[in-house]
Design a protein. Structure first.
Length: 164
């Protein structure tokens, strides 16, 4: 196997691997836009993320002084870390262009939107990214409508399958 390239195998394994997922976000919010942001992490946080035990269910993003911050995301301490291990719930800086941050910050303040992290994943280069959704909160009635629509779609699919 002299001609085999080790780097190509490594890239196939890294491609868009999800480290943390917030599936409940789409149930609680109307997600209108999705944005990709980089995330500033310490070394032990990256290793801990790769193990896939992070939790972003209660987290949110906020704009402070022209910067975006991911607040209340839980990335557990790395098991083989030493005294320089990270704090599990520390605020983490999100990396986006200044123009995008300004646009999102304005929508949050003026129109009552919320920035909800949808998932943390590793891209093809092996860098950690956060998918952020710009959403408005749903009320109970909206949630019931979504459940009804989903049930009707399932029944419709069954009927179409039986008929055709």
């Amino acid at each position: 196997m002299a001609g085999k390239n080790k780097n190509s195998d490594k890239n196939k394994k890294l491609g868009n691997r999800v480290a943390a997922d917030n599936r409940k976000a789409r149930h609680l919010f109307h997600i209108e836009e999705e944005h990709e942001a980089g995330i500033s992490l310490q070394g032990t946080e990256v290793k801990s993320l790769r193990s896939g035990e992070a939790n972003i269910r209660e987290s949110y993003a906020e704009e402070k002084d022209g910067e975006l911050w991911l607040v209340n995301a839980y990335i557990p301490e790395f098991s083989h870390g030493n005294r320089f291990n990270h704090e599990p719930r520390r605020p983490r800086k999100l990396l986006m262009h200044r123009r995008e941050i300004g646009k999102l910050g304005g929508l949050i303040q003026r129109q009552g939107y919320t920035l909800v992290p949808l998932k943390i994943y590793f891209n093809d280069q092996g860098r950690a990214k956060v998918m952020i959704g710009l959403g408005k909160g749903k009320n109970v009635r909206d949630k019931r409508e979504d459940v009804k629509q989903r049930d009707w779609d399932r029944q419709k699919a069954r009927l179409m399958k039986d008929l055709g």
